[in-house]
Design a protein around this ligand. Structure first.
Ligand SMILES: [Zn+2]
Length: 309
């Protein structure tokens, strides 16, 4: 009897070990995938059982080391670093975060270790103090975000536009008017014709404005318009989540946003609630922008900040 129990115990131990090793392997290597946007420019994204996880990371392989724009959720810092190392085993020279949200800054401690870590000055304040977000899951839900560790915090903060030359690549870091948050950075890479808009751009969705942190829906549309109108035809626009899109797709997206904005503006000004536009009976230009994260009620709420004195 003892022998049988011991055998069962041994088999279970082996199964648990195999399960643990495969889970670790999946976490470390299987979660992230890398695609190439341009020569020496990579998009690192993550999925978990087929669902997108966290935010886009854009990494530029320069002669002086990696430049990394956004650093994913904290738990993905190591897998992203492993993915970059597998392309080129060189140090990370600089990290730039497009705004304070934890899915864009969480991996800073791992990916940006010993690197120059750049952020908007206001974003740096939000990264280093407790933050709160209302209405993320339901209209009244409250989420609390702890400050990042000292090793994740920016070493260089921006209060105005700034240009950098790292290796053979120039980077223009522009601080737009309040858009996704009140501390956004747009990263322009003129050598490769890429504009990284962070979460100011949500392809195929309403824009998201973090109103509690100074974001504004009208601002997001204005900033998108500015870059669509000033960019070259072959510019690639990178968003914080989802695929990179070309200028034509961006212009079409902005046109949809304008139509949807006009509809909701009319509701807000007439005092009618958004129940007048239930998710199932919307005009097509509104319906195609609805996502599980940003239904009409959330966009209405975000937009109402545009009309407050
Ligand atoms: Zn965000």
């Amino acid at each position: 009897m003892k022998k049988i129990l011991f055998r069962i115990f041994k088999i279970l131990a082996v199964l648990i070990a195999i399960g643990g090793i495969s889970l670790y392997g999946y976490w470390r290597y299987g979660l992230v995938s890398v695609s190439q946007l341009r020569e020496n420019v990579y998009l690192v994204s993550a999925t978990f059982f087929g669902q997108p996880l966290g935010a886009n990371v854009v990494a530029i392989d320069t002669a002086d080391g990696w430049v990394v724009v956004d650093t994913q959720l904290a738990l993905l810092g190591i897998p992203v670093k492993v993915a970059l190392t597998s392309i080129n085993h060189q140090p990370v020279h600089t990290t730039i975060v497009t705004h304070w949200h934890p899915d864009h800054t969480g991996g800073n401690a791992v990916i940006g270790k010993n690197a120059t870590r750049i952020a908007h000055a206001q974003t740096s304040v939000w990264m280093s103090t407790v933050q709160q977000a209302t209405g993320l899951t339901t209209p009244t839900s409250i989420h609390r975000f702890e400050p990042l560790s000292a090793g994740a915090l920016p070493t260089k903060t921006l209060v105005e536009d700034s240009s950098l030359l790292i290796g053979e690549y120039s980077f223009h870091l522009e601080l737009p008017e309040p858009a996704h948050t009140g501390g956004d950075i747009v990263v322009l890479m003129p050598d490769t014709n890429i504009v990284h808009l962070g979460d100011i751009l949500w392809p195929n969705s309403f824009t998201f404005a973090d109103v509690e942190h100074g974001g504004r829906v009208a601002g997001t549309i204005k900033v998108l318009e500015h870059y669509a109108n000033t960019a070259a035809d072959d510019t690639l626009f990178v968003s914080g989540h989802g695929p990179a899109i070309d200028r034509q797709a961006l212009l079409a997206h902005i046109a949809s946003l304008h139509l949807a904005y006009a509809d909701i503006e009319q509701l807000l000004k007439s005092g009618t609630g958004d129940e007048a536009l239930p998710d199932t009976q919307q005009p097509e230009h509104l319906a195609r922008l609805v996502t599980p994260l940003i239904p009409v009620w959330r966009w209405t709420e975000m937009m109402s900040a545009d009309f407050k004195p």
